[in-house]
Design a protein around this ligand. Sequence first.
Ligand SMILES: Nc1nc2c(c(=O)[nH]1)N[C@H]1C(S)=C(S)[C@@H](COP(=O)(O)O)O[C@H]1N2
Ligand SMILES: [Mo]
Length: 353
Amino acid sequence: MSTSQQTDRRPPPLPPGQQLVAAGKWPLIGEREPAAGNQPWQLTLSGAGCQARFSLAELHEMKQTTLSVDIHCVTRWSKLAVEFTGVLLEDLIGHAPPAEGVEFVSFVAQSDRNHSTSLSLAEAMEQKTLIAHTCQGQPLPTEHGGPLRNIVPGKYFYKSVKWLKAIDFLTEDRLGFWEAESGYHNGADPWREERYMAPTIDRRTAARLIADRNFSGHDLRSLDASGRDLSGLSARGAALRNANFNETDLSGADLSAANMSNSHLRQTNLRSAQLVGTDLEGANLAGADLRGADLTDSSLIGSSFCQWDEQGKVVQGACIDATTILPRSLLEPLTPEQRDYVLAQLDESARSS
Ligand SMILES: Nc1nc2c(c(=O)[nH]1)N[C@H]1C(S)=C(S)[C@@H](COP(=O)(O)O)O[C@H]1N2
Ligand SMILES: [Mo]
């Protein structure tokens, strides 16, 4: 394992636990395309007595604002200073004021699952929420939410809905898709690391599942199993978002198709573990032992394998060798520093074997 690696780049001002994506990259997260319908595109404002409809042309005629936005995804990748142009929510509702008593807004997508997210109206305005049709001077690409998405600067990106078709005014909050489905924190402040709400299961149930070493099919988000012996665990398809497995023995575990996004896997023993098709987005694998592990088809957007100190010296580096099944094509979405580290490990082991 290499012990020192110089990083000459100065760390940019990022919220805790975030890393920059490679220059020019913009990962595609969540839904990939809008549902059919809503053509020609219209934005509907409704709820609490308000009812208004705007075409794209009408939106273009309103006051236009361009904001430089730092994108922070909950799965730990960031992309700074992206320019979005559109209509500020504040200006939009000047054209269709919500009734007294409206406290929340829900942004709803033209998508198969009617994807949505919500904020308090006051916060949505404070955050300069933008109804954007243009990105970097070009029409917003369809895969990134074109023709219209809302952008909430200063929040994790799940508060910015792609293919915006409706804004609902509400007197009480209605949790969004990710917030309800995956336990994403409703506050979503990246500077306070509001990534997840509290765990879904009680301690006793957690203790029993740990003793049985069978997590398959369970929702164990935010579970704390750090330091445990869970060798041979079967956790196929388990929901393990944000779970803490730091220094846990997961050797020989079957974690295939599990959702381990944002899980904590520092110094974790993953020898010969099955991580086939596992979602490891944003997972921290610094210092994990991955010898003999199979990561075929796993998703590694925003994952880390190595941690450096301020001098650029490796503090914790994952142990990866010729027995680790880690196709190079999977390394594409890593940050350049993380990718260089993993490639160096793979090259070193290829040379010495
Ligand atoms: N309609 C819709 N909007 C969505 C999502 C989604 O699944 N569907 N995912 C959210 C999440 S979690 C993120 S990080 C961003 C990703 O936007 P991008 O694909 O343009 O990077 O969209 C947000 N808005
Ligand atoms: Mo996200």
